[in-house]
Write a protein that binds this ligand. Structure first.
Ligand code: 2RA
Length: 329
């Protein structure tokens, strides 16, 4: 399989290469694609040095699959050009997620909707992925009515510049700023740009993408997305109201049967999900499960995942694996 990784030099690009190698994805030829300033750079893949090339050369090579993590404008401009040469694009940006002609895929939930006609496939936002992975079987059995989510998102979601700002602030060094304010010892209730309704784009992504992935517009979602000075992954406090009655034991049973979820919930022994434990892993970790004692059919939980892995790279590679397994590419 000739595979292109577009945005190979970024944080997610690097994770995609790691995941492709770890999962032994059937790569026969790897194309590393980045902006002109990175062309010619060497990167390692499975012990071999691979040279970074530009977009036109990558399109000319007509890879079967191109996994993009290069921002929305790059995807908007270049994904269709890859599709024109027969490449199936799995795109990590927000460019295509809400396009009604494009599928928004979390393999554990809706990969079965994919067909040979899908040439540009959208990878959901990291904070959406971990939430829907945790909730999708509960929705299947108990029908979600309303979700209230507050996120605690790692600086790695912003990228290298943000990680550098945090490290520089910790070490008392000057440097480029990814955020309008100090991030160390601080939290920013602001991820992506503010919309006219007072919500940020990140919050609107969670609200709209959740409905699309679950295929259920009736689910009411409200979100507050917060940036915190953490590296290992995103955490989310989620309050979910269901249509059907349930017991806490049933919630634990369903979570235990949910693909991609690991329940870490033993507060007597101080066992609960944390980014430092999720870092580098592909599972979605769920804990602090408890009834909301203020209203019926409602439960609280804490959801943690590595946003660069299941939140981006691994989900995208799992989509590619599905395409190969079902001969859709
Ligand atoms: C973030 N989810 O965390 C966004 C994009 N990766 O910044």
């Amino acid at each position: 399989m000739k595979v292109a990784v577009v945005g190979a030099t970024g944080l997610v690009g690097g994770e995609i290469l790691k995941v492709l190698a770890e999962r032994d994805f059937p790569v026969t030829e790897l194309l590393l694609v980045a902006s002109e300033r990175s062309v010619g750079k060497q990167m390692e893949f499975k012990g071999k040095q691979v040279k970074v090339i530009g977009m036109q050369d990558a399109i000319a090579a007509a890879p079967q699959i191109a996994i993009f993590s290069a921002g929305g404008s790059t995807s908007t401009e270049w994904a269709p050009k890859f599709a024109e040469v027969g490449t199936v694009v799995v795109d990590n940006s927000s460019a295509w997620r809400m396009d009604p002609t494009k599928k928004l895929v979390v393999p554990e939930i809706n990969a079965k909707e994919l067909t040979k006609e899908d040439k540009i496939i959208a990878n959901p936002n990291c904070s959406t992925i971990q939430m829907v992975v945790a909730l999708n079987k509960l929705h299947e059995e108990l029908q979600m009515k309303r979700i209230v989510v507050s996120t605690y998102q790692s600086v790695t979601g912003t990228g290298v510049k943000a990680v550098d700002q945090l490290m520089n602030e910790r070490e008392g060094k000057e440097g480029e700023k990814a955020y309008p304010y100090q991030i160390d010892l601080n939290v920013l209730p602001h991820i992506d740009v503010f919309q006219d309704n007072g919500y940020t784009k990140e919050e609107m992504k969670m609200i709209l993408e959740t409905k699309k992935i679950m295929g259920d517009d009736s689910i009411r979602v409200t979100a507050t997305a917060v940036r915190i000075p953490v590296m290992g992954g995103h955490s989310e406090s989620v309050n979910v109201e269901f249509e059907k009655d349930f017991t806490l034991d049933e919630v634990y049973r369903i979570l235990g049967e949910t693909e991609g979820v690991v329940v870490v919930d033993d507060v007597k022994n101080l066992k609960y999900p944390m980014p430092q434990d999720a870092h580098g892993k592909d599972e979605v970790f769920v804990g602090r499960v408890r009834l909301d004692e203020t209203q019926p059919r409602t439960v609280n939980m804490w959801i943690v995942a590595d946003n660069l892995r299941k939140g981006a790279a691994t989900n995208a590679v799992q989509i590619a694996e599905y395409l190969v397994k079902h001969e859709l590419v």
